[in-house]
Design a binder for this molecule. Structure first.
Ligand code: FES
Length: 167
């Protein structure tokens, strides 16, 4: 009888452990979800971060997406002010990088290999798709496959501290 009780208690402990593991996994997934689906600013050779910099039309982070136009207030996205500073605006599916001398390159973030859009790094002056490792130069050209087509490039305009990207 006592052994039965211990077995029951053991099962309850096991159920509780499984519950905690599952809810813990969901919490971790939620955290990753936040970072994958928000805009991120970073310097070269760094992973995107800064989940507080969410995209969309929240002017708090200086990023506004309206139709085919993205405006970025560089005073609020200071990482973009330096050569090699880059940003993924997930909502607009746009990558933008400072290529020096107040010039910027804006590209689609939809990889031409298999359409991954939110898994990018910027390393050695190239965008690297984290899904299968394709590398693209800052003008969108393929530097290394498996992708074989370039990323679409968008025009940019800088006026004062406002960078406008036209898709
Ligand atoms: S989706 Fe980008 S390399 Fe495959």
């Amino acid at each position: 009888m006592k052994q039965l009780t211990n077995t029951k208690a053991g099962k309850l402990t096991q159920d509780r452990r499984e519950f905690l593991l599952k809810t813990g996994s969901l919490s971790v997934m939620s955290l990753f979800g936040m970072s994958f689906f928000t805009a991120c600013s970073s310097s070269e050779d760094m992973d995107p971060s800064s989940p507080d910099d969410s995209g969309g039309d929240d002017s708090g982070n200086g990023i506004e997406v309206s139709g085919g136009t993205v405006t970025i207030d560089l005073s609020k996205q200071s990482g973009l002010k330096t050569n090699g500073g880059w940003l993924l605006v997930s909502e607009a599916r746009v990558l933008v990088v400072n290529i020096g001398n107040d010039m910027f390159s804006a590209l689609t973030s939809v990889c031409t290999h298999s359409n991954c859009a939110d898994n990018w790094k910027f390393q050695s002056s190239q965008f690297v798709c984290g899904c299968h490792g394709s590398r693209f130069t800052t003008d969108g050209s393929v530097a290394n496959g498996p992708a074989s087509s370039p990323l679409t490039s968008y025009s940019t305009m800088l006026q004062d501290d406002i960078l406008t990207i036209m898709k």
